[in-house]
Design a protein around this ligand. Sequence first.
Ligand code: EPZ
Length: 416
Amino acid sequence: MDAVRIYGGNCLCGQTTIQGSKNASLPILAATLLINGICEIENCPDISDVYHMLRLLESLGCRVEREGTLVRVNTKQLSKCDMPADSVGVMRSSIMLLGALLARTGSVSMEYPGGCVIGARPIDLHLQSLRRMGVAIEQQKKGFCAESMRLKGAVFQLPFVSVGVTENLLLAAVLAEGMTVIEPAAREPEIQALCDFLNLAGARIEGKGSGRLIVHGVKKLMPVRYRIPADRIVAGTYLCACMAAGGEIFLREAPVEDMESVLEYACSMGVTIACETDGMQVKGRACKRIPGVLRTGCYPAFPTDMQSQFMVVMAASGQPGQIEETVFENRFRIVPELCKMGADISVQGNTAYVNGRRKLCGAIVQAQELRGGAALILAALAAQGTSIVTNRHYIDRGYEDIVFRLRELGAKIELA
Ligand code: EPZ
């Protein structure tokens, strides 16, 4: 069955290694299209979003090999520039191939990537920005065709910060004619990893990690071997497992330097966190209220991808809490499911009011999207009794073997 069964109410005890970052892997795999040769990507997580990205690359004529967490992408035989609808539909991140394919082949046709339950996820800013780089885009009902003889650098003053748009413009700009300025650019660690990968391959990108990226177009990029950094959201999720259920865990390779806002809020809720050179030790259960409102925002603010997990921690903490979601318009989908477990949460607009209860009760609940689904597993670990979380496939999109990893941390959990 596409579900997990959790026997809750037990403290966690154990250690696990944090997987490579999904949101760094996807744009970097797209970036291999810019390089005519064989790139080797280490620490690439074995998750379904990466699986679908690799299938998409193969559908374009690339050869892909995986040996454990090492992925080799050979783009010498790149032959097509129209992406199969079923793959695009399955994974929104296919939009990241747009900039890279235009830079490599000058032509792309694809269906619109769908929205998802957390929001409409439009691509209007992607398309209007690429038009400014000399791309002709003909939009039809279900998709669009994009053509460009030679991408031209441009100076962008974007209306808002977008991770995906920053990534697409970087991929379009590195081989474009002239200079491109991207401002405000997203500052996420995953963008910094993409800049590192591209500069290692011979790109000329300045301003990594700042809100202003300057790209000087070059003629060619060379094949490289690059190691994907650890996933800060997966590390934060397992941190929240301990905060909700209690206990003591060690997260090997947790990227603590990329988790400042998350760790600050976690400590304010009463857990003890010790950052070591090879990871992070977490001790205790969250038992204090966060002062003020927990507001999501662009990096380095508190990440929207950690919002559902902290809602669960608040719900199990016995303390009141308030969460304001500023990035996506519909990212409180787990509230009705948490209420089935006895949580007391109400939503008004983009704010959730959590009245923490010491005791959540096991129930059958349904995952509706990636991070909310993982958060329901955390709630089940804290709840008294047995829970079943269905639609596990949503969680498998971003978490490598979550059942095995949580078992390493002492959870009583099994596939159902
Ligand atoms: C990336 O999505 C991440 N996905 C998301 O993680 C993450 O939540 C998000 O950035 C914000 O940090 C990947 O990296 C694969 P945006 P992205 O463009 O690029 C609006 C996860 O759980 N917008 O920064 O799609 C958009 O609707 C996922 O791993 C437009 O209106 O996010 C949103 O409200 C979920 N028009 C806001 O901007 C556009 O053309 C920010 O979205 C593009 C975006």
